[in-house]
Design a protein around this ligand. Sequence first.
Ligand code: ADP
Length: 449
Amino acid sequence: MSTISKILIANRGEIALRVLRACKELGIATVAVHSTADADAMHVRLADESVCIGPPPSRDSYLNIHQIVAACEITGADAVHPGYGFLSENAKFADILEAHGITFIGPTAEHIRLMGDKITAKQTAVELGIPVVPGSDGEVTPENLMETARQIGFPVLIKATAGGGGRGMKVAKTEADLEEAFNTARTEAAAAFGNPAVYMEKYLGKPRHIEVQVVGDGAGNAIHLGERDCSLQRRHQKVWEEANSPALNVEQRMRIGQICADAMKKMKYRGAGTIEFLYENGEFYFIEMNTRLQVEHPITEAITGIDLVHEQIRVASGAGLSVTQDEIAFHGHAIECRINAEDPRTFVPSPGTITHFHAPGGLGVRVDSGAYAGYKIPPYYDSLIGKLIVHGRTRVECMMRLRRVLDEFVVDGIKTTLPLFQELVANQDIANGDYDIHWLENYLARTSA
Ligand code: ADP
């Protein structure tokens, strides 16, 4: 077992702080890295050591592998936690760290590659016994385009093999739309990912987005920690997440969870991962696997009591999982609201200085945020400034608590998405748990003047 004594956190914002907290609890020393724009950030202040790795643009700092490896060598960090985004799903980064004798807190580079390409990910899912969306066998080309679409049946969705963030994705409702959807998806994919390859799926009309949290030890043991419902999205970006899903019963939860845990055992997967599905008419359809910690992981922590970053660090150091499947119990209900520095209606980013900041408290309340009064939000990065996670014994209790907590939360000086959550928590469909992946965009279209 290789022990880990000093972790460099290759990220910023709330997730850098989140990882730092886990390290402190485990008695592991921490190194923060930051761009010149983040010199005053909370994760930098709280870390044992910090290293400036470059100017504000991410490609020159948080994505600069050379600088991050140099920061490890200067500080003697023996492991790197990548957080989410940035280098967290970069197989080359994992390879380079390994070549330098530094532990990457995440899966093997091979597994990152396997799941990073959506066609191989889907093929792997089929081999592992995970149900997938009906679609093309591999890439679609001008030659097999029409034939494939007819076999699958309209409407179909053209998706980028290298996809991410909903880019390079186009729906064709009928045969007449097909060629244009194909060409647009390829052009977008080439521009966004440098790879025009696309594949085809049956387009599901009113699915929910349900994802299963897994953790594996790399030696053939793996567990699942239930699911999260992330159907409330805008432009394929999650806005509100809950665990458990209001749409599943205990049998469905345990069945899909077991399928995912078994698949991870077969793969000998190491680390935390999320298997994402669309769910419609009682059926699950795999869409992708994320080989990292997710933004919304705290709701799973709230209902299981398990610290996922502790587990990530344990398995990376070879100490194995701290729990078995039988020991995992699901308690109550949790909801996460992503607080973005954005106009709550137009979603235009609103960087600037936070003049007042008061985080809510009380039983069942968690705020993960690096924000504070006087903090200046730099304009260079994503607009997530914090996450509010509320837990209750039942979904009803959780919603009651969320309503109270949203009224207490004060962020002045900039615009935030807090008012949107006040609307959502008062909405009858949301109270009923009755929504699909299109609900939020329809709601915004309906209620915006
Ligand atoms: P990305 O990696 O670009 O985020 P995903 O495959 O995870 O792409 O899909 C993102 C979102 O696009 C899903 O959450 C869902 O809202 C929608 N989507 C993806 N595949 C389908 C499909 N076959 N039918 C309907 N909607 C889909």
